[in-house]
Design a protein around this ligand. Structure first.
Ligand code: FES
Ligand SMILES: [Fe+2]
Length: 442
């Protein structure tokens, strides 16, 4: 194995990471090596499209949110003309972070250090004591640096520091799945406006991503919440993870470029997801009110569209859509990661619908994510402290003959597969080795 410094100095190219991968396995160093983590932050997050914010978070001119691309601080801003910018939150003078709040409204960003100021498009607007700037530095890059590419896909803003693909090309099969997720509620706009529920977890960011389409862990990791619901309410959501759930119509799909989907819709939405959703505070009252206001058919359609989506859609490397939430993954150090859950609301619906969404969106992060976070931390501990055990297993269903191409052209496997991990690791290798071909594979 290479040491950390050798990682940084090693030249990229096909085969460079061969020694870290074997059939259905990846090496522990990929989760614990600090040099490799630094390189991921620069190279991987510097060479892919990265989700930064939802357009509804910055509705008005001057609105901004502070986010990151890997570890690079960026500001996502709204200009007077309605345009959206992504600029590095790094003063062009000495490098200080310009905006130090997580969100706000600013027509101009004034650096706290020497008060250089910048517009929301990054243009330098002012430098105090102007006569001190002579002709020798006229060509200095006074404007803020920016990622080369910024694009939105149906309200989701992505930035790429380097990319030869358009955003749509990069999203590949994930674009259609995002469409399906957004189009669950025709005539409504999706709004992110309630901040986020952050989890700071002592784990490498990829331990979180490994779990993103992991149907295998559900009945075991989340046994307590599932048993509690089953005992109290009977046959409710997630109860279909029982027996050999690989024989159910649940599945995992490879959508290309490291993106994957765990699809629970075939069972969760087989009939009405609302009627089999477990009990929530105020459920009966809301159901009665909506029935009276809208009639049963419309009420049920709206409630089914606000019950968990049944989709876990993972867009490599940092965006996960789960239920009705947007999950943002923020690597911090090689063994610290913040996972933020953003709830979503809808426009053009009775307030009861958004109340239902909020109650449901508090639910899994509170009672399920804690199980996952405990496991991510336990994985990290084992990976860090037992170098004698070198490998991590990601081989489920890679050779069981259970995979096939679905009607939409995407490869799918039974829900307990590790396909999601194999798919993103292939994308990881492709980017980290600097090759152009990003076709995800099996
Ligand atoms: S570092 Fe920003 S003005 Fe000096
Ligand atoms: Fe989980």
């Amino acid at each position: 194995m290479l040491t950390s410094s050798e990682h940084l100095s090693a030249r990229s190219g096909p085969g460079r990471f061969d020694q870290y991968f074997g059939p259905g396995r990846v090496h522990r160093d990929l989760y614990v090596d600090e040099g490799l983590f630094r390189e991921e932050m620069h190279r991987l997050f510097g060479s892919t499209w990265v989700y930064v914010a939802h357009e509804s978070e910055i509705p008005n001119a001057g609105d901004y949110v502070a986010r990151r691309i890997g570890l690079r601080p960026v500001l996502v801003t709204r200009c007077e003309d309605g345009g959206i910018n992504v600029i590095f939150n790094r003063c062009s003078h000495r490098g200080a972070t310009l905006a130090r709040d997580p969100a706000g409204n600013a027509k101009v960003f004034t650096c706290p250090y020497h008060a250089w100021s910048f517009g929301p498009d990054g243009a330098c607007r002012g430098r105090p004591l102007r006569e001190g700037f002579g002709p020798a530095t006229e060509d200095f890059p006074y404007d803020l640096a920016k990622p080369a590419h910024v694009e939105s896909y149906r309200g989701f803003i992505f930035a790429a520091i380097r990319s030869e693909q358009t955003l749509t090309e990069y999203l590949a099969g994930a674009a259609t799945m995002l469409d399906q997720w957004i189009d669950r509620n025709p005539g409504c706009e999706l709004v992110v406006r309630n901040g986020s529920m952050p989890f700071e977890i002592r784990t490498n960011w990829k331990c979180v991503y490994d779990n993103a389409a992991d149907g295998y862990h559900v009945p075991f990791s989340h046994e307590s919440v599932m048993r509690l619901l089953a005992n109290r309410y009977g046959d409710v959501d997630m109860s279909y993870y029982e027996g050999n759930f690989d024989n159910s119509p649940l599945l995992v799909k490879d959508l290309g470029n490291g993106h994957t989907l765990l699809d629970q819709r075939p069972l969760m939405h087989a009939e009405s997801a609302w009627t089999r959703q477990h009990v929530l505070p105020g459920r009966e009252t809301i159901w009665a009110q909506l029935n009276e206001q809208l009639g049963e058919e419309r009420a049920l359609a709206l409630l089914d569209g606000s019950t968990g989506s049944g989709m876990n859609l993972n867009i490599f490397p940092n965006l996960m859509i789960i239920g009705n939430q947007i999950q943002l993954l923020e690597p911090v150090t090689v063994n610290k990661t913040v996972v933020r859950w953003y709830s979503t609301s809808l426009t053009n619906v009775p307030p009861e619908i958004n109340a239902v969404r909020m109650r449901m969106q508090e639910d899994f992060p509170s009672f399920g994510e804690v199980d996952d976070a405990a496991n991510f931390e336990a994985c990290q501990l084992g990976l860090e402290e037992v170098p004698e055990a070198e490998w991590v297993y990601i081989g489920r269903h890679m050779d069981t003959g259970r995979g096939e191409t679905d009607a939409d052209g995407h490869w799918k496997e039974p829900v307990s597969t590790d396909l999601h991990a194999r798919a993103y690791w292939q994308a990881w290798r492709t980017v980290m080795e600097g090759t152009a071909d990003t076709e995800a594979g099996r």
